[in-house]
Design a protein around this ligand. Structure first.
Ligand SMILES: Nc1ncnc2c1ncn2[C@@H]1O[C@H](COP(=O)(O)OP(=O)(O)OP(=O)(O)O)[C@@H](O)[C@H]1O
Length: 421
């Protein structure tokens, strides 16, 4: 197939879409759908979608007062196939302006997706959209592929590089830690953490609300998200960081010195209402991402920190692979973009591992721990899919074609072909 493949990575918060061979997705929109109140519960024939009153992405958010707004995925999983099909329909025809019959399709899936879901994806892609071929890639494996791809020198050949590493993928709704050995996710050791971008946004909005910052309730969520994305960071030591926000000021009335808190002035235009918003930002700048390391701040029932989960996932992996898994911890997803997130995670995992080897009396054997940032981090999964499909020779061996689908049926998609580089 000479045309580039369509690559769509449907995330819980954002969908990235574009064509293979590109570094960035051409479109990134919220994974939201807004359906007309009268028709949202109707099952309609697929061909009627164009006449049907619904919006996706930002358009869906804008029409949420007159339409019923929903996120099409829950914790990374597709639950409502009717909505998903509608979302794909607009994505392909209106956003990408592509004819699906002329392009191979690359979709992505969370690590614990079921074979039934894969079959359903194949059925919709081959039968409704008539794609000539489909590849469904595990998000973490694509992110690792992207990490390896982005790290090799242009003169080096990516062929022959080993696909072994630990992927920490944190998006809007879900965080996963996935050890991958030679392209195979070790499924028994995949860890799921119920904390991701949405919880961090909520931490920021709760802090702003508690301080009674003057932000209209309807703008609060989007404003908090923007504050989070542009100001929040990870600190190496939160006690020391707290002190940086404390200052002594002279009370103008009594002339006495008193303890106060330093705030940063923030101003922006709310994407929700278009209003100009001004507010103060305090401790939450570093305390919000701290929830990865102290999840009990937002979830009283959940106490395992991200570094503990990463360490556990590796410790339970085969002995022969552990050194490589510690040495290649790869970040993926928007919620790993906080400044110094990589350094903080590396520091915490290293501290744990070092403590254990010291307790065993063999500190000299402590494995090297390395967490790498990636230039394409938020869209790492998409980028991995884009590069994989661009390598036409390799891709031909892993894509399921329409002919194969017609011969075997949806079960062609039950198993995920493992690809090596
Ligand atoms: N610079 C940034 N700093 C911190 N967080 C960010 C930044 N940019 C985006 N995010 C957050 O990343 C999240 C979206 O990430 P991503 O697109 O990887 O998620 P997703 O693929 O939609 O979700 P999931 O992986 O949970 O299915 C949002 O919560 C967003 O606010």
């Amino acid at each position: 197939m000479d045309t580039p493949a369509i690559v769509i990575d449907n995330g819980t918060g954002f969908t990235k879409m574009g064509f293979s061979g590109n570094i960035d997705p051409s479109i990134m929109i919220p994974s939201t759908i807004a359906e007309s109140m009268e028709t949202s519960d109707l099952i309609v024939s697929k061909v009627q979608f164009n006449d049907y009153d619904y919006f996706i992405g930002e358009e869906a958010l804008k029409n949420s007062s007159t339409h019923k707004l929903t996120y099409v995925l829950n914790g990374g999983m597709i639950e409502n196939w009717e909505q998903m099909e509608k979302y794909w329909h607009k994505s392909i025809f209106e956003y990408l302006r592509a004819d699906p019959e002329e392009h191979y399709m690359v979709l992505t899936e969370p690590p614990m997706n079921t074979p039934e879901n894969r079959e359903q994806m194949a059925e919709i892609m081959f039968e409704t959209f008539g794609v000539p071929g489909l590849f469904i890639g595990v998000q973490a494996v694509l992110a690792l592929y992207a990490g390896v791809y982005a790290s090799v020198d242009k003169s080096e050949n990516i062929q022959g590089k080993d696909l072994t590493g630990t992927v920490v993928d944190s998006g809007d709704g879900v965080t996963h830690v996935i050890p991958i050995v030679h392209g195979y996710p070790i499924s028994n050791n995949i860890k799921h953490i119920p904390i991701a971008g949405r919880d961090i946004t909520k931490f920021v909005s709760d802090s702003l609300k508690t301080r009674k910052e003057k932000i209209p309730a309807s703008d609060l969520r989007e404003v908090s998200r923007i504050i989070k994305e542009s100001n929040c960071y990870c600190a190496p030591d939160i006690l020391k960081e707290h002190k940086k926000y404390d200052e002594k000021i002279k009370d103008p009335e009594t002339g006495k010195w008193k303890q106060s808190k330093k705030f940063k002035k923030v101003s922006m235009t709310s994407p929700y209402s278009g209003k100009r918003i001004k507010c103060d930002l305090g401790y939450e700048a570093f305390m919000a991402p701290e929830v990865f390391f102290h999840p009990e701040f937002v979830n009283a029932d959940y106490r395992e920190s991200l570094d503990e989960i990463v360490d556990m996932a590796i410790v339970k992996s085969p002995l022969d692979n552990r050194l490589d898994l510690y040495k290649n911890i790869v970040l993926s997803g928007g919620s790993t973009l906080f400044k110094n997130f990589d350094k903080r995670l590396e520091q915490e995992v290293r501290r744990r591992v070092k403590g254990r080897y010291e307790a065993l009396g063999i500190p000299e054997n402590t494995p090297e721990v390395k967490v790498s940032q990636n230039v394409v981090q938020q869209a790492a999964v998409w980028f991995g899919g884009s590069m994989l499909a661009d390598n036409k020779e390799n891709f031909a061996g892993i894509v399921s074609t329409k002919e194969q689908y017609e011969e075997v049926g949806p079960s062609i998609a039950r198993h995920n072909p493992v690809f090596s580089i």
